[in-house]
Design a protein around this ligand. Structure first.
Ligand code: KG4
Ligand code: ZN
Length: 330
């Protein structure tokens, strides 16, 4: 089964061809991140226009890279939510046009389930059931992946998502959007114990998260230093912030793993799954507790269409009524 995947939920226009949900034949991503760097974040209207500009060349290139034409495609898969409505509609329109003109089925894919499916691409070992830590720009969840299309949330953020906190802290450190990968690099050069930033835990719900207090603590730290005219070691701020984030993520997901009874493995997904500090912290704890950690290759952690084409292999077809759902849940 050859599936063409299309992804336009935020600032990446992506298309990919995947065979049988697992074998990556091509993946093309056109990112507008450079444009948004100067705005400090994604501007929805500009994102939609960039998708319109990029979508057809990106699909063409994905087909060419796989050495296919549209005639070889069995199904077209597209992200229909969550995301920016105008951005989602561009991908949906392209997918519907292909489905109608080639007379093939269309499959609407939940972007969050697609992030999980990034792990299935080229990794035959990973099959449900497993516990998943999903960390992206818009979401932070501990998920019980009971089957490919049966997912239950055990915990979620009550305010900011991890990626969102990274990008906001990046901004106060003077880094361009997206700040996440830059903080990750900077953190290697700093002392993670230099500044005692808070770790928020909930007694009533040990698997939930909150990152807005941490984000505010970093902003206050930077403001106080500036008012006192004191120099700031940005590397120490990055390292201490990253340590505060990873401590909470690691503690909560290992506690959840004990309760979930889903075997001794944790699967990471979402853009922040690319974070070296998080991967290392999870691996370190996993070594002590005899747990195996899985994560996608870096190129499949952030938004791409291979994960969309993979997820579509495991779910039913949609129909032409398929519409954008900007606040779709898992
Ligand atoms: O999954 P994704 O591409 O988009 C959403 O679905 O939200 O995630 C994007 C987020 C951004 O907040 C970005 O800063 C963050 O993932 N990110 C990272 C790293 N790479 C991307 N955060 C921390 N460390 C990284 N290496
Ligand atoms: Zn995403």
């Amino acid at each position: 089964m050859i599936i063409l995947g299309i992804e336009t939920s935020c600032d990446e226009t992506a298309a990919a061809v995947v065979k049988d949900g697992r074998i990556l034949l091509s993946s093309v991503i056109a990112s507008a991140a450079d444009i948004f760097a100067k705005y400090g974040g994604v501007v929805p209207e500009i994102a939609s226009r960039k998708h319109v500009e990029f979508i057809l060349p990106v699909i063409d290139q994905a087909l060419k890279q796989a050495d296919y034409t549209l005639k070889d495609i069995d199904k077209v898969a597209v992200t229909y939510g969550p995301g920016l409505v105008g951005a989602l509609l561009v991908g949906l329109s392209a997918a519907k046009a292909i489905a109608v003109s080639m007379d093939i089925p269309i499959v609407g894919v939940n972007h969050l389930k697609a992030h999980i499916a990034a792990n299935y691409v080229s990794n035959p070992d990973i099959k449900p059931p497993f516990l998943c830590l999903l960390v992206s720009g818009g979401h932070t969840n501990i998920l019980k992946v009971l089957d490919y299309d049966r997912i239950e949330s055990m915990g979620q953020t009550r305010d900011d998502a991890v990626g969102e906190a990274y990008d906001k802290v990046g901004r106060v450190l003077g880094l361009e959007y997206p700040g996440g990968p830059k903080i990750d690099k900077m953190a290697i050069l700093g002392d993670p114990e230099a500044i005692a930033f808070p770790r928020t835990k909930f007694r009533d719900d040990p698997y939930d998260f909150s990152f807005s207090g941490l984000k505010t603590a970093v902003i206050n730290y930077m403001n106080t230093k500036e008012q006192k005219n004191e120099t700031v070691c940005k590397e120490d701020v990055a390292a201490s912030f990253q340590k505060a984030v990873t401590d909470v993520l690691v503690d909560n997901v290992f506690a959840a793993l004990r309760e979930a009874e889903m075997g001794k493995k944790i699967v990471l997904a979402g853009g922040v799954a690319a974070n070296k500090g998080l991967r290392n912290a999870l691996e370190a704890r996993a070594g002590k507790e005899n747990v195996k950690i899985y994560y996608p290759p870096i190129t499949l952690c952030t938004d791409n269409a291979a994960m969309v084409a993979s997820a579509a292999f495991y779910i039913p077809n949609s129909n032409m009524e398929l519409n954008a759902d900007p606040s779709l849940e898992i």
